[in-house]
Design a protein around this ligand. Structure first.
Ligand SMILES: NC(=O)C1=CN([C@@H]2O[C@H](COP(=O)(O)OP(=O)(O)OC[C@H]3O[C@@H](n4cnc5c(N)ncnc54)[C@H](O)[C@@H]3O)[C@@H](O)[C@H]2O)C=CC1
Ligand SMILES: O=C(O)C(=O)COP(=O)(O)O
Length: 411
């Protein structure tokens, strides 16, 4: 190991926020990373800046917002793990420009979300939320009106990715017809049918469920205009992101009866920790199932996510591998070999960088044993193995190359 530029594993500071599953801590400790701080809260503002100031690896879930400013403040940060699917809470471009790969767990909680959504629309179809609330207050309403079987109804899925397809498969096994809308051309599973526009989906669906990521296109996608195009008495489910739906428009649609019932798991503003008040105009509606962003919160999913993302962070820390990073060139690397040292160089993806890097090595008479390069969009990532210890003075020379974003000796 290089004496001055590499850190002992025990000195690599890892901070896990938002109650990431303990399996993450165990996985990291088993990999030799013992300096792990664990916290149940989501932080923002100055508190977040203070928390992450000296951290090398940061683990978050969906509520910690890593903006460009926050990332710039974390001077020692080399990697981020999102212990969830969504990565919209991280400025991925800023992270890449700062040489920070971001990892997630792209499908460890897929089934958990699909099962929650299925259970919710079945309950909505039978008016269970409103009747449950009524009975809790001492009322009684035994009547079939407004209650429906799922069989033969049409489920409209917006966003037919990992979760959308699972929701569709379960729905077909319950006897529903499945239609979906996606911006990409998708392989339909079972008898699901891709529709050409959102309007067609709104016209066809008895139940509308959202499974899109938060993007510029999906922000406010379900507004008053969208509700107006849906069938009268439609059931509506959102377990994607809170910003996809205009809550005031949903409230109006509930009041007018356009929407018969809804299930909402995600909100534009969510409490940072358990025990904090949940504030939303949706609280007044008995026919709305409100859940505290628990689509992914099953013991199975959280345990798997903890292991998966922790392994990705440990692998990147151990050998520089960025396989499955969501914002970064993906380089898969051989494990550490005796007598070989390794240098990581992240740079702007512009012509001539490799020539300049190789000139630096040539000027120091260093024999490069292997070079692994990948580029994506604006960023290039090259890992160099050298048969001998990498001389320390090489790093400042490589940092002088104008396109360099980050450079360090790994071991
Ligand atoms: N409630 C919860 O706890 C959870 C919520 N989620 C949310 O669910 C989202 C979807 O997750 P996955 O299915 O795993 O993602 P995915 O990436 O597999 O699928 C998303 C699909 O949406 C489509 N899409 C993107 N923009 C669209 C648009 N404007 N119109 C129509 N389709 C569009 C994509 O082409 C893709 O097929 C995540 O991004 C996350 O925000 C994910 C896990 C848990
Ligand atoms: O996986 C996702 O994208 C989720 O929304 C789940 O988020 P969470 O880990 O529950 O904060």
């Amino acid at each position: 190991m290089h004496p001055s530029l590499s850190l002992e594993k025990s000195k690599i500071k890892i901070l896990l926020l938002e109650g990431v599953d303990p399996s993450a801590v165990e996985t990291l400790k088993n990999a030799g990373y013992t300096n792990v701080e664990y916290d149940k809260k989501a932080y923002d503002g100055q508190e977040l800046l203070d928390k992450i100031e000296n951290v090398h690896f940061l683990g978050i879930r969906s509520r910690t917002h890593l903006t460009r400013e926050v990332l710039q403040h974390a001077k020692r940060l080399v990697g981020v793990g999102c212990f969830c699917i969504g990565t919209n809470q991280v400025d991925l471009d800023a992270a890449a420009e700062l040489g920070i790969p971001v990892f997630n767990a792209p499908f460890s909680n897929t089934r958990s979300v699909a099962e929650l959504v299925t259970g919710e629309y079945l309950q909505l179809l039978r008016d269970v939320p409103a009747r449950n609330a009524l009975l809790h207050r001492g009322g009684w309403k035994k009547a079939a009106k407004g209650c429906f079987e799922a069989r033969g109804k049409t489920l409209g899925i917006i966003g037919y990715g990992h979760i959308g397809t699972q929701v569709g498969i379960i729905a077909e096994s319950l006897g529903l017809n499945v239609v979906y809308y996606d911006i990409e051309n998708k392989l339909s599973l079972g008898n699901a049918k891709q529709l050409a526009s959102l309007d067609e989906l709104f016209a066809a669906a008895d139940i509308v469920t959202l499974h899109v990521p938060e993007t510029e296109l999906t922000h406010g996608m379900i507004n008053a205009d969208a509700f107006a195009k849906m069938k009268n008495g439609v059931f509506f489910v959102n377990a994607s992101r809170g910003t996809v739906v205009e809550i005031d428009a949903l409230c109006e649609a509930l009041k007018s009866g356009k929407v018969s019932g809804a299930a909402v798991d995600v909100f534009p503003k969510e409490p940072a920790a358990n025990g904090e008040e949940f504030v939303s105009p949706l609280r007044e509606f008995d026919n709305v199932i409100l859940t505290p962003h628990i689509g992914a919160s099953t013991e199975e999913a959280q345990c798997n996510i903890g292991i998966e993302v922790a392994q990705k962070l440990a692998l990147y820390s151990d050998n520089g591998s960025t396989l499955t990073a969501v914002n970064f060139p993906e380089v898969s690397l051989p494990a550490k070999r005796e007598g070989v040292s390794r240098l990581l160089h992240v740079h702007k993806n512009v012509p001539g960088v490799m020539r300049q890097i190789n000139e630096v090595f040539a000027s120091k008479d260093i024999n490069v044993a292997a070079q692994y390069l990948q580029t994506t969009g604006d960023v290039g990532y090259v890992v160099m193995d050298i048969h001998s210890e990498t001389p320390e003075e090489i790093v400042p020379l490589l940092k002088q190359i104008p396109a360099t974003l980050k450079c360090r000796i790994l071991y």
